[in-house]
Design a protein around this ligand. Structure first.
Ligand code: SAJ
Length: 430
């Protein structure tokens, strides 16, 4: 049985390690955090992802996955560590560097090293390979290296790991072929081979495409506010065109991918990547835009209490990375004239914050802000909310609350992206 060492047991590394362990590999999972290692070895998980717990339990029970804090000698090494962006918007490759350094002494002729972490183009050949060369193995002849970006959507990781197509970029043909063999064990989607730089660029462009399109929708939301029209109506009507697909505006773009990866292109091409840079800035401006909507609504209420519903970067997950809701919460916190309560049952801890249950969060509130459209908030009953709050104002950043019902219960309903000046009877009925 081939041995695979997966370094980094986070949102990507852990599900990937499980897939490999349930498809014929003996897997050593590595994480520098001993607490995470202990949880996994006990068949548990430290992140929320549908289906993951059962998968971990089964591969721990079968003995095909074991977690450690340091790598063990293997045939294949998969690096799936974070690549955050620094405050100067430059990629931080420190985790790739330490992961690569941690395996150098284990590498043997015939081994394959796969990088999965989203990285600026040329990272594999110009950053990873030089570290691996310290093994004294001939790259492409004795030691094979590939870049294979993950493409899975948090919330659907287990399904997408199997079903999505994959891009495999090899440092040479043999490396690409060897990596393809590994993924063929569990991937049902088609696997395309290319070079490492193209594969790195494909990954970043997928997320940048989405970022630019969301920025377009967010810009439309701002313009619609100014012009007194409803951006959501504009989007619904424009998207009837067979070649138009405007994305959804919102309080900002979060997560470890879409809000980070475009900076890697800006870093490499500062003078050329103008649109990409601007799109990032537009999306980064949305928490403040949302905060200003809140301020407008509570300007006449002394010491207003704002209730923020949802803290994660998108619905129905527990991931807080780069969450726009957190930005909004910080702005509210820093305003001495406002009080704050936050409710999110997916989040156990958030800095020193006490998260309230829904009833506590709504009690005496002056403005309820739906920041993240978790399923749990869909069942909120405006009539019941009305009995708890002090002032009846609700701000919907996701276009997911029923305006009519909230208004029937006496609420002033504000939708992000709706300038709200048109007569309701003139609204298109989509
Ligand atoms: N968002 C909007 N408007 C939209 C769509 C999304 O404001 O119309 C916001 C979300 O609320 C969230 C952020 O964008 O804050 C990102 O959410 P997402 O669901 O679009 O994407 P991620 O970051 O969870 O996952 C993305 C996916 N990439 C693409 O769809 C191109 C996923 O397939 C990647 O594997 C993942 O990035 C990654 O790891 O790179």
């Amino acid at each position: 049985m081939k041995r695979v060492c997966v370094i980094g047991l986070g949102y990507i590394g852990l599900p990937t390690a499980c897939m490999l362990a349930s498809h014929g590999f003996e897997v050593c999972g590595v994480d520098i955090n001993p607490h995470i290692v202990e949880i996994i070895n006990n068949g548990g998980i430290h992140i929320e992802e549908p289906g993951l717990k059962a998968l971990v339990q089964s591969v721990i029970d079968s003995g095909n996955l074991k977690a450690y804090t340091t790598p063990k000698e293997s045939d294949v090494y998969v690096i799936a560590v974070p690549t955050p962006v620094r405050s100067d918007k430059k990629a931080c490759l420190d985790y790739i560097e330490s992961a690569a350094n941690s395996i150098v002494h284990l590498l043997k002729s015939g081994n394959l090293v796969i990088l999965e972490s989203t990285s600026p183009p040329e990272t594999t050949k110009d950053f990873l390979v030089p570290i691996l060369k310290k093994s004294n193995l001939e790259i492409g002849e004795e030691l094979f290296v590939a870049y294979c970006p993950e493409k899975v959507l948090p919330g659907k990781i287990i399904n997408e790991l199997v079903k999505n197509q994959r891009i495999v970029g090899g440092i040479n043909e043999k490396s690409a072929q060897m990596a393809k063999e590994v993924y063929l064990s569990f991937v049902e989607g088609e696997i395309f081979l290319t070079d490492t730089v193209t594969a790195e660029m494909v990954k970043i462009m997928e997320n940048t495409y989405r970022d630019v399109n969301i920025a377009f929708a967010n810009e439309l939301a701002k313009i619609s506010h100014k012009m007194g029209i409803n951006a959501w109506d504009v989007i619904n009507l424009a998207n009837l065109h067979p070649r138009v697909n405007i994305h959804n505006p919102g309080p900002g773009v979060g997560g470890h991918c879409i809000s980070v990866d475009p900076w890697f292109i800006v870093e490499k091409n500062p003078t050329l990547a103008k649109l990409i840079n601007q799109a990032r800035n537009i999306n980064d401006s949305m928490p403040e835009f949302t905060y200003n909507l809140i301020l407008q609504q509570v300007k006449d209420i002394p010491n207003a209490k704002i209730t923020v519903l949802g803290l994660t970067y998108k619905p129905n997950i527990d991931d807080l990375r780069e969450s726009p809701a957190i930005e909004i919460v910080r702005m509210i916190e820093n305003n001495p004239d406002l009080r704050l309560s936050v409710c999110d049952s997916h989040v156990k801890r958030f800095n020193n914050h006490e998260l309230s249950n829904l009833e506590e969060a709504l009690k005496d509130s002056d403005c309820v802000v739906l920041a993240v459209n978790h399923n749990e908030f869909k069942s909120i009953n405006p009539a019941q909310v009305a009995t708890l709050v002090r002032n009846k104002i609700v701000i919907d950043t996701a276009n997911s609350l029923n305006k009519k019902v909230w208004e029937e219960n006496g609420f002033r309903y504000i939708l992000l992206g709706d300038g709200n000046l048109r007569l309701p009877t003139l609204r298109p009925s989509l």
